[in-house]
Design a protein around this ligand. Structure first.
Ligand code: NAD
Length: 450
């Protein structure tokens, strides 16, 4: 009997709960048999849900590692700087390892860990969850099928979003490069991995520019206090913690994230207390953050394909967008001088945090947002444009700004429909990730035990 695969969950924060949720939903595939976390309350809530016995609850991964192996695999969801130690030790103990990204804060540690784990022969998977989305399958398939023509370039946008950035990278756990890593690593290692995966070639040249533009004391408005609860200009500030976090109360989805990161007491009193005492009540212009809020990377891959990645805090929090550019093979009936396909990730994020007044410059109103910033194919597409694509313009307007009522917001294209897969609901990413990891582990077990 192979299934269910047994796992130990190391780190019972948000991600630990995500994986444990999978075990709850699919007990025939995965059974969590041990948990480790110094935050005893969180750990015990999860352990109770999963039916983990008292003698299999640990306050540190080292305690668990001191025991003979208790499970087939371990899921390591500790903070970024606490990845290498447990991943290496559990691999040495014979556990298969599912490790949260990023592998490690430095390249040298990544290489050392991979070499150490390879020597043990266990399965080692990193949660680059983007690889396992329906979105990725759709884009890769389109490239492979030649619908793009010969691939020349990829332009990829990770719109982190203004309030999400303030939450995680200004006030939150990923605000300081010394403690977690640069934002390009902690946020966009997914995207860099994804570009490499899409292009299918190793990178040969990489350059990057970016920096911390906005969330500094130099931009602090007159009259601003160190905490939003005391601030005279709070009601006018788009980054008001009071509005953001109190506004989550009553909405189960937003209570789960971002509010549960701020406090476990999901009452007005609890939230106010957390804003009074904790890191999430601080003025975004008076934090100790130092990671970049806007960064651009260019990559040249072997074979000459290029890619750009833009990570930005100055967007609505949206799904990733990708423009894949290629030129045609001049055969068959469809002769195009150059064309590109826009892709939008449909799964995952929504800018529900910007309900109400909107954010900086008052632009992030959801209905208006839907109409901005998308990449469209020009009128008469495929267009006679060599080596580039006619792209970005506002849906519903002509290039001269005259509103044309009859024009659809989107010209339907096969690719978008092919992303019927795009209807996959939230959580599918994790499910897919775990499915595949578990599938691999299951297969190995089968082999080992047969
Ligand atoms: N794959 C993704 O899409 C994705 C998304 C978000 C976060 N992450 C990554 O997942 C990891 C966890 O993120 P999170 O949001 O769950 O963070 P979190 O802070 O909510 O959870 C981390 C947990 O690890 C626990 N921990 C700390 N030291 C420990 C130790 N020595 N032994 C056992 N447990 C320990 C903490 O108490 C905490 O409960 C991070 O590396 C993050 O970058 C990945």
């Amino acid at each position: 009997m192979v299934w269910p695969v047994t796992i130990a969950v190391v780190g019972t924060g948000l991600r630990g709960y995500t994986f444990a949720g999978y075990a709850q939903r699919f007990p025939d595939r995965v059974r969590a048999v041990a948990v480790a976390d110094p935050r005893v309350e969180r750990r015990d809530v999860l352990a109770d849900r999963l039916g983990v016995t008292a003698d299999h609850r640990f306050v540190d991964w080292r305690e668990l590692a001191a025991r003979p192996p208790l499970a087939d695999a371990v899921v390591v969801t500790t903070p970024d700087h606490e990845h290498v130690g447990p991943a290496r030790r559990f691999a040495e103990l014979g556990y298969h390892v599912l490790l949260e990204k990023p592998i490690a804060p430095t390249a040298a540690e990544c290489v050392a860990l991979v070499e150490a784990v390879e020597a043990t022969g266990v399965i080692f998977a990193v949660c680059h969850v983007l690889r396992y989305t329906a979105y990725t399958d759709a884009v890769r398939q389109a490239v492979r099928d030649g619908r793009i023509g010969r691939l020349v370039g990829v332009a990829h946008l990770e719109p982190v979003g203004w309030w999400h950035f303030a939450h995680s990278y200004v006030r939150g756990n990923w605000r300081r490069s010394q403690e977690s890593g640069p934002s390009l690593l902690t946020k966009c290692c997914h995207d860099l991995d994804w570009l490499r995966y899409l292009v299918g070639q190793p990178p040969v040249r990489v350059s990057s520019v970016g920096g911390l533009h906005h969330f500094t004391s130099a931009n602090r408005p007159d009259g601003a206090a160190d905490r939003c609860l005391d601030c005279a200009v709070e009601s006018r500030c788009p980054y008001s913690a009071v509005r953001l976090y109190l506004g989550c109360l009553g909405d189960p989805r937003r209570e789960r994230w971002p509010l549960s990161v701020v406090t476990t007491d999901l009452t007005e009193y609890g939230v106010r207390l957390a804003l009074r005492e904790g890191p999430y009540g601080r003025c975004v212009y008076a934090c100790d953050n130092n990671v970049a809020d806007h960064q651009v990377v260019t990559v040249e891959f072997a074979g000459g394909v290029t890619a750009t990645l833009t990570m930005s805090a100055f967007t609505p929090m949206g799904r990733r967008r990708t423009l894949v550019m290629g030129y045609p093979r001049l055969s068959g009936r469809r002769r195009r001088a150059g064309h590109g396909h826009p892709f939008r990730q449909r799964e995952g994020k929504q800018d529900y945090g910007c309900r109400g007044r909107g954010g900086p410059g008052r632009w992030p109103r959801r209905r208006r947002l839907r109409r901005y910033g998308r990449v469209h194919r020009g009128r008469g597409d495929p267009g006679p444009v060599i080596g580039t694509v006619r792209t970005t313009r506002v849906a519903g307007r002509s290039p001269h700004g005259v509103r044309r009522r009859t024009q659809p917001a989107h010209r339907p294209c096969r690719t978008r429909r092919a992303g019927g897969v795009e209807r996959v609901r939230d959580g599918s990413r994790q499910r897919d990730q775990v499915d595949r990891a578990v599938g691999r582990i299951g297969a190995t077990n089968r082999h080992a035990r047969s």
